[in-house]
Unconditional design. Structure first.
Length: 299
């Protein structure tokens, strides 16, 4: 049915009539920021598609997540590369992006990793998933926070509250400022609505003089397991008492609600967290790679 060598192809922005093809080719990108499709020259049928997310990563380089797919009979004809070139232009225009990121992390050495490498992507980071006992965290950090408090290192104008007691918009803004993310989706989760919503009680927020300066956001993934989605500190309180105290209070809140294990991810630059996890006997359960492709200049 398709002979791309003879008919060629064109890439254009996606239109309403392409919605079915997009759902089939890119099911994981339902609310993207931009879409494009490749159509064969003879039948004008969609043979490939690409899309980018509506929000960006901020580290190590600003850029959106993307997905790209070409149907099997039409691969190895430069279609995926042409689709990516289109997304590069869109990402530069919309975000001033410096890179494109694979929308999904891939296992090191997997076929998925190899496919991204064929498209010019390289590993930007190694993402490890860890499980750590909440009892171990409490046993380690409890005495440390007690010493900090006795020595006056925790300011009297700082306090930690459960997420449900804090202004949701302020927590949202901290997340957007420090980690980025999609505003509507984050706000839904912060408000405790829908799938993956952050738990209102063991998600904790640090305030200094009534202003949000940090948070740990988590949600339950099993009866006694909570996944930590975000551990954020404003730059003004990093590197000391705030990180330790916030972790301890989130842990104690989780223990009271029956959580025995925290599950969380780390990146290569989280050297302290990985060292801390190892010292406390945490288990690394999964190792994945985040793939990225630096952008080239386009007129």
């Amino acid at each position: 049915m398709f002979n791309i060598s003879d008919s060629g192809f064109t890439v254009r922005p996606a239109e309403a009539r392409d919605s079915k093809a997009l759902r089939m080719l890119l099911p994981e990108l339902r609310n993207g920021g931009a879409y494009c499709v490749a159509v064969d020259g003879r039948n004008q049928l969609v043979v490939g598609a690409a899309a980018m997310t509506a929000s960006c990563r901020t580290e190590p380089v600003v850029g959106p997540g993307i997905g790209v797919e070409v149907i099997e009979p039409c691969r190895r004809h430069g279609i995926a590369t042409a689709l990516l070139t289109n997304l590069e232009r869109a990402a530069t225009k919309m975000f001033g992006a410096g890179a494109l990121y694979a929308g999904n992390r891939v296992a090191q050495g997997s076929m998925e990793s190899q496919a991204w490498q064929w498209l010019g992507f390289t590993p930007a980071d190694t993402v490890e998933t860890h499980d750590l006992s909440t009892e171990q965290i409490e046993a380690k950090l409890g005495p440390l926070v007690d010493r900090m408090r006795a020595r006056g290192r925790i300011p009297s104008n700082a306090h930690i509250s459960p997420l449900y007691e804090v202004n949701a918009a302020s927590v949202l803004q901290l997340h957007l400022d420090q980690m980025g993310g999609e505003r509507g989706e984050l706000y839904r989760k912060i408000q405790g609505k829908g799938a993956g919503a952050f738990h209102p009680r063991y998600s904790r927020v640090l305030l200094v003089d009534g202003r949000v300066k940090g948070c740990i956001l988590a949600h339950r993934v099993a009866a006694d397991v909570a996944a930590v989605d975000a551990n954020i500190l404003d730059p003004s309180v990093r590197g000391g008492w705030a990180n330790v105290w916030l972790k301890l209070e989130a842990t104690r809140g989780a223990i009271r609600l029956g959580i025995k294990t925290f599950r969380f991810t780390t990146f290569d630059h989280y050297t302290d967290t990985r060292s801390f996890t190892q010292r406390l006997g945490g288990e690394t359960t999964r190792v994945m790679q985040l793939m990225h492709r630096p952008l080239t200049a386009h007129e």
